[in-house]
Design a protein around this ligand. Structure first.
Ligand SMILES: *Cc1c(COP(=O)(O)O)cnc(C)c1O
Length: 367
């Protein structure tokens, strides 16, 4: 990571807000034991090395990642007593790595089940696993029919101790969507085929659908990182991320002069342009060219011209002369122009904004 002086932008990540957000959702789920944390993709791009231990300190003991490689890294970051599960399950030939690192695979198909069971039968004690049943995503998980096969052939799970039956909601961010009811019903039906095994259904938005969706363990990600789990309402979570870009040059342009590649912005009056050392290589999407804005103090400054690989330009004419100079900071993501707001303008979702945040920022963790 560059130093604060070297970097083109400062990314502040509020660990206290992350702790508050996790406690908030855990409380909604009925306590810390009923709430996991999804920390895949480096904790949604915000840094699992810092965030994992903070969540543990709040009482989180169940962590989900997507890949086994992420789980192996996480294992070294968390204290004893934490459980780490891998959504994508065991890739062929990695079964022994799961046991070597004490990881729990999510078993998503009959092939993964067969391989995990074969591996487990070489041990005297049963090996843990989570069973994923599909209730409408058509992505991962056993179909209802495959679940039935599994019930009729319990030997397929020989040596395996099922810790959880899970499924994933497709439309939880749209509370009125009929899929939410369909999926919770299908899940209850499938889960009942495995008496005594706890269930897990809700992601962040699923938690806010209400207790009927909570099952025994929820799996929030986005809400922990301050994204709005209730897009149709005000965000109940605390903001976690602030991104401040550094001005590296200020210049005056005349009427009719243009800014940036393609000369897509033409000044309709004499203007002052501030160039900031952040670009699409830092995850600041090029689609934001001539869209959106930054903030200096209380003043919104429009983003003008194309976003380049390493630079963005803002029209700062609204500010008094000599108030902005090299080294000045422009807020690119902040409390009132959140990752969700930026995403809406870029035609994407806050998740993509966070996971794209670049490696060239100086990262400041607020405790
Ligand atoms: C990413 C993921 C989650 C977390 O979803 P959020 O919307 O970020 O809360 C939960 N479950 C599964 C299976 C996931 O892939």
């Amino acid at each position: 990571m560059p130093t604060e002086q070297q970097a083109g932008a400062i990314l502040s990540i509020d660990l206290a807000a992350i702790a508050t957000n996790w406690r908030r959702v855990a409380e909604l789920c009925g306590g810390t034991k009923r709430c996991a944390a999804v920390v895949k993709a480096d904790a949604y791009g915000l840094g699992v090395a810092k965030i994992g231990p903070v969540l543990f300190s709040q009482g989180c003991r169940m962590f989900f990642v997507a890949h086994i490689a992420e789980a192996i890294v996480l294992k070294t970051l968390l204290p004893e007593g934490s459980n780490i599960a891998v959504f994508n399950g065991p890739p062929l030939g990695t079964e022994a790595d799961f046991t070597a690192y004490g990881l729990i695979p999510v078993l998503n198909c009959l092939d993964q089940i067969t391989r995990w069971s074969a591996h487990a039968r070489t041990f005297s004690d049963p090996l843990p696993a989570i069973l994923h049943v599909d209730t409408g995503m058509s992505r991962l998980g056993l179909t209802a029919q495959e679940t039935q096969i599994l019930r009729e052939h319990p030997e397929l799970l020989e040596g395996v101790s099922l810790k959880l039956i899970m499924s994933h909601l497709a439309c939880a961010d749209m509370p009125a969507h009929p899929m939410n009811i369909t999926q919770v019903k299908a899940f209850t039906e499938l889960k009942n085929r495995f008496p005594g095994i706890p269930g897990s259904l809700a992601n962040s938005s699923g938690i806010f659908l209400g207790p009927s969706w909570h099952s025994d363990l929820s799996r929030p990600g986005a809400a922990i990182y301050g994204l709005n789990p209730t897009p149709t309402k005000l965000n109940p979570m605390q903001t976690v991320v602030r991104l401040q870009g550094k001005v590296i040059q200020v210049r005056e342009i005349n009427l009719e002069e243009t800014v940036g590649y393609g000369a897509t912005y033409r000044a309709c009056k004499k203007s002052r342009i501030a160039t900031v050392a952040v670009g699409y290589a830092d995850g600041f999407f090029r689609v934001m060219s001539n869209r959106g804005n930054g903030r200096i103090g209380t003043v919104r400054v429009p983003l003008v011209g194309r976003i380049s690989m390493d630079l963005i330009t803002f029209d700062i004419s609204a500010l008094p002369e000599n108030t902005v100079h090299p080294g000045s900071l422009i807020d690119l993501i902040d409390l009132d122009y959140t990752a969700d707001a930026l995403a809406a303008e870029a035609g994407t979702i806050g998740y993509e904004i966070l996971t794209a945040l670049g490696e060239r920022y100086y990262r400041s963790y607020i405790v």
